[in-house]
Design a protein around this ligand. Sequence first.
Ligand SMILES: [Zn+2]
Length: 310
Amino acid sequence: MISRSNKQLHIANLGVIDVALPVIQIGSGNPKALVINNMHGNELTGFYVLEKLMSILPDKILGSIDIITTANPLGLLHKQRTAPFDGADLNRGYPIPQKARGVSPAIQEKLAGLVMDHDLIIDLHTFMRPCLSAALALKQSSEANQTLLSQILQTLNTEIVINMDPGGEEKRVNSALGFYAIGQNIFFVAIEYPPIQCVNDEQIDAYSQGLKQALSVAGVLGGQNIIDQHNHLMCFERQQIISRQSGLFEPLKKLGEEIKAGEAFGRIIDIKTLSSDPICSPYSGKIIEISGRQFYMYGEKLATIGKSVL
Ligand SMILES: [Zn+2]
């Protein structure tokens, strides 16, 4: 039987509670994989995918897998994205400045340290709006890792791949943990699952199989690679549409539909007058994320239009 153990990585004592990161350790060999889940406390789909993964991993593996079940335990309790107390986004600000104060920097330093102790990092996230499941492809630091990335993208069973170019459209996220990991020559891939309310049992099965296949391709499981090379990947850059009004959004287009620049994808209902305005897309492309009926404030994201890239 495979060796599995549960550990608590101590972060800080807060008087009445201890903050720790729970880790499931599987196997002890090389290569060493680190799966990070729930860095954003309100992102839950990864938990269900990992629970399923635990039941389908083989009894014997060659390498090791460390799973941080929640990297934001206090945010999870608060059902919020950021860390309580200081409102920090734990996926921003890497590398962490020396002598940074507070609980959040202590968690982030622990995460950055764990990254250095592993050969590959898989970081699980969940979008807040109905979306196509996506693997986030960051340009790796070596040709070997870039080759591994293109193999792993084939295995994850996500509907699309999003190309992350930190210089362009994704400048906002260039201090994320992934770019830090790659800067340290560690392989990194992130996955964005749809909200847990939007996924069914079959999708959870497919995502967990995807993780298993990715670990297999990376050599962590040992034995034969179980890659299905026939997947046709749709690759996009993100074009995000931010609301310039506040009001009640209603979608007029469906997830996965094509849209042309100037076409309306939804409308915003003014809360004072209950009159509505159409919201037009400044971009052409495929709708890869679109809000349902929900109240939005100025500055919040309504939809993402994927611009197809090769
Ligand atoms: Zn996230």
